[in-house]
Design a protein around this ligand. Structure first.
Ligand SMILES: Cc1cc2nc3c(=O)[nH]c(=O)nc-3n(C[C@H](O)[C@H](O)[C@H](O)COP(=O)(O)OP(=O)(O)OC[C@H]3O[C@@H](n4cnc5c(N)ncnc54)[C@H](O)[C@@H]3O)c2cc1C
Ligand SMILES: [Zn+2]
Ligand SMILES: [Zn+2]
Ligand SMILES: [Zn+2]
Length: 143
């Protein structure tokens, strides 16, 4: 988009869509994504001609991560007593092992917890979410 295109008043007379999102910051873009997931069409406008060249996202705050988890985009697990650890949902297909000796975090395929999952299902009808599971113990070197 050229600068003159950006500053010229937009002509929306021929535009048909379900929603107009004003502002293409994180809130506007999230709104547009959610509208699209609900099957609604939308158009996003912003008064700025281009994305800012200033970094405003060196970290993602905890409250934002909780919202992204509600939207199904990230998942969390607990690797210790502090704040949870978050993963992109698409990269979270593993179970965590944490060594109490050296602190190493090992990611293993969920099938290794299959005995636990099937046992809980068979005995209690409980559907386990192993992606949230962290197993504490001692690694081969620290035993
Ligand atoms: C220097 C700095 C560093 C930051 N670092 C972090 C960080 O590391 N991690 C973090 O999580 N957060 C950080 N933040 C906070 C984060 O940037 C804001 O919480 C977030 O951008 C808010 O999103 P928003 O969509 O509400 O507003 P904005 O990001 O401000 O987006 C609003 C958009 O609406 C447009 N707009 C406004 N009025 C109009 C109008 N009348 N017509 C059309 N368009 C309009 C603006 O051009 C803008 O693009 C930082 C903020 C600053 C200033
Ligand atoms: Zn949790
Ligand atoms: Zn170890
Ligand atoms: Zn992990």
């Amino acid at each position: 988009m050229t600068h003159s295109e950006a500053t010229r008043p937009a002509d929306f007379s021929s535009l048909t869509c379900d929603a107009l999102v004003v502002g293409a910051g994180p809130v506007g873009l999230t709104m547009a994504l959610e509208l699209t997931r609900l099957g609604l069409s939308c158009r996003i406008v912003d008064k700025a001609a281009a994305p800012t060249d200033k970094s405003k996202a060196l970290v993602v705050w905890g409250r934002t991560l909780e919202l992204l988890e509600e939207l199904g985009m990230v998942t969390h697990t607990h690797l210790g007593h502090g704040a949870p650890t978050y993963h992109l949902a698409a990269e979270a297909d593993h179970v965590h092992l944490v060594c109490r000796g050296c602190g190493e975090v090992i990611e293993v395929r969920p099938e290794l917890a299959e005995g636990l999952v099937s046992g809980l299902d068979a005995e209690l009808g409980f559907a386990a979410d192993v992606h949230h599971l962290t197993v504490f113990g001692r690694c081969r070197e620290c035993r």
